[in-house]
Write a new protein. Sequence first.
Lengths: 108, 116
Amino acid sequence: QKEVEQDPGPLSVPEGAIVSLNCTYSNSAFQYFMWYRQYSRKGPELLMYTYSSGNKEDGRFTAQVDKSSKYISLFIRDSQPSDSATYLCAANDYKLSFGAGTTVTVRA
Amino acid sequence: EPEVTQTPSHQVTQMGQEVILRCVPISNHLYFYWYRQILGQKVEFLVSFYNNEISEKSEIFDDQFSVERPDGSNFTLKIRSTKLEDSAMYFCASSPEMGLFGNTIYFGEGSWLTVV
């Protein structure tokens, strides 16, 4: 059973657009939800985490969790070419379960 | 900013050889992890380590794998007899807390292992 599902994309948007990324999960025990950014052949970089349901905002990034529908989202406002990367959602019980990652390209 | 450091960045080894991947976790962290990512696939959990013993391990982490914290700073992953399918990027990670009680897990840049 795949615990965290994520559409791998790729997703290409023009500079300044809103990037919307989504994941679903199956394990009701998950309490913490994270978004990581990964550049090619580099380690995942923690962007944001949320606990249980709700929203969290950090600059241009907003993370949302809806536990009733088991849905995780990340929004990037005013996207920049430097936001081009693979974005990984993850959920945490005793370990991180990652989604497949969505590759995002922001075109200048 | 503190970071997890890993060595080597890339290692090529022959099938059947032993490999040791090394990591220096962030200094005040208590929990340590190894994950791996086969090219084009998901990041997968291998093992977590706390208080000098394995806390959890996945089905991937079989008898060919072992972990050790030989001193106060290093954390190592040993693969005893490498197979072709062990070729992957191996990530070390650390966190001040664990699991349900923790969420700030930081990853190193990875060690790329190629088994030929």
